[in-house]
Design a protein around this ligand. Structure first.
Ligand code: ACO
Length: 311
């Protein structure tokens, strides 16, 4: 049973914080933030649940479906509004979906993990899955800490994955985790995000390069065959370093972090929806998604774009 992505959508809170906001309050400058991260502004506010519902509704509308057509909801998030119950349960209820609902916490790699999971569930008999990445990291950010405050934003993205395509959605995937890196990026219950940025940077580049190299080999393809690369949006210099090592050109790479900062699990589906809406991908194209995050976790997947027979 093949599968295809038939809908996509995204959501951001209205409030925008520019680099100037931090320049006025912390020992930092617009120039430092822009040159060291590529980020110019980020959106702050809302709840993980509300952003997930808005992105999910947009993806359903794009697919020409209603909530009742969906028989699996997956929400990738590391910032649920409540510890119990899962965010996916309220998304499921708000959109009037059927079947099951579960959350996936794999930090910024969460959406890519969830896409692999949805594809596997379709092979197991699910007809249509709504896969959402939604995070509100601003609620766990210390706005007095210049090393982290400038990086994060809130946002969500979503896709609909449907059974019935001529061939599989996923050509190859690689999922990884390394718990020895846990002390490098964490938030205690009730606490703020703490991070060794320099070491995360180093390990992120290494993990993504290894992971992308593995999926190229597994899919039997090369960088030239990839029409669009959607990397996790953490730092422009991480994206550039990965691209230089695996041979992917920036022209075929999605960069939205200048506008939204690091939105964790929201970043890859947000970037994908943005690129699709801009007409940057065509039926049959190979698209590479690759994310890394706290854990550390990382995940890369090569998909074939287009409805490919889904009616
Ligand atoms: N403004 C001005 N100076 C700053 C700022 C700031 N906002 N932040 C740090 N500095 C200073 C440091 O104090 C340091 O000063 P020193 O040389 O006097 O000690 C200097 O700038 C250089 O610091 P570095 O940490 O080496 O700066 P770097 O170039 O590595 O950039 C950054 C820091 C942006 C955090 C980078 O390391 C990075 O992006 N790392 C990856 C972080 C990441 O991706 N985290 C999210 C993972 S995904 C998830 O799960 C949420």
């Amino acid at each position: 049973m093949g599968a295809a992505i038939t809908g996509w959508g995204s959501a951001l809170p209205d409030k925008v914080l520019t680099n100037g906001y931090f320049e006025a309050r912390l020992d930092t400058t617009d120039q430092w933030i822009t040159e060291r991260t590529g980020i110019r502004e980020r959106h702050i506010g809302g709840t993980t649940r509300a952003l997930a519902i808005e992105a999910g509704r947009a993806a359903l509308s794009r697919a020409g479906l209603e909530g009742g057509d969906i028989d699996l909801v997956i929400v990738a998030t590391t910032t649920p509004d409540q510890t119990i119950p899962a965010a996916s349960a309220s998304v499921h209820q708000a959109l009037k979906c059927r079947g099951g609902a579960l959350d996936v916490n794999a930090a910024c790699a969460g959406f890519t993990y969830s896409l692999v999971l949805a594809n596997s569930m379709i092979a197991a008999g699910v007809q249509r899955a709504l896969v959402i990445g939604s995070d509100t990291l601003s609620r766990f950010t210390n706005f007095k800490d210049r090393a982290t405050a400038i990086l994060f934003g809130d946002g969500a993205g979503a896709v609909v994955v449907e059974a019935g395509a001529a061939d599989d959605l996923i050509l190859a995937y690689d999922l990884g985790a390394d718990g020895t890196a846990a002390p490098l990026l964490f938030a205690e219950i009730g606490g703020y995000i703490e991070m060794d940025g320099r070491e995360i940077f180093r390990r992120a580049v290494r993990a993504e390069v290894d992971s992308i190299t593995k999926v190229f080999a597994a899919a039997g393809c090369r960088a030239e065959d990839i029409a669009l690369f959607v990397p996790h949006q953490a730092n422009l210099r991480i994206i550039e370093a990965v691209n230089a090592r695996v041979g992917l050109p920036m022209e075929r790479t999605v960069v939205v972090l200048d506008r939204i900062g690091n939105t964790s699990a929201g970043s890859i589906p947000y970037g994908l929806a943005d690129a699709v809406e801009a007409g940057r991908v065509e039926d049959g194209d190979l698209v590479l998604l690759s994310g890394f995050g706290a854990g550390m976790t990382w995940a890369s997947v090569i998909i074939r774009w287009g409805r490919r027979g889904v009616t």
